[in-house]
Design a protein around this ligand. Sequence first.
Ligand SMILES: [Zn+2]
Length: 113
Amino acid sequence: MTLAPQTPETPAAEPLELLRTMLEEQFALHTNRLTDLTVYGRLPGHGGYDPRTLEALAAASRQAIAETAGALRRMSEGTYGVCEDCYRTIPLGRLRVVPHARHCTQCRQHRPD
Ligand SMILES: [Zn+2]
C-alpha cells in the first residue's frame, strides 16, 4: 500500500468500492442478526434473552440497516461522501471508520450521523 497525497476530491473509485463492500457486509450482518433476534423473540423464553435486551438489540440492528441502506443508496445516486450540511467532502479516514457517515468531522460535532 502506498501513501497517496490528501486531496479534497470525492473519494476515488477504489476506496469507494472497498467502502461499498464494507457497507454491504454490514447490511447483510445486521439483516441476519435482526432475523435471529426476531426468531428469538418468538421462542418461549426468548432464546434465553431478556425481552428488553432483545428489543434494544433489534432496534440497534434496525438502525444499522437503515444507515447502511441509506449510504448504499447515496452511492448509487452519486452523493456519497459529501457532507449534508456544508457540502464538503467527508475525509476518507472518517468514512473508513464510519462508512455510513452523512456529515463531515466539523458538522458531526453539531449533528449526529
Ligand atoms: Zn460538513
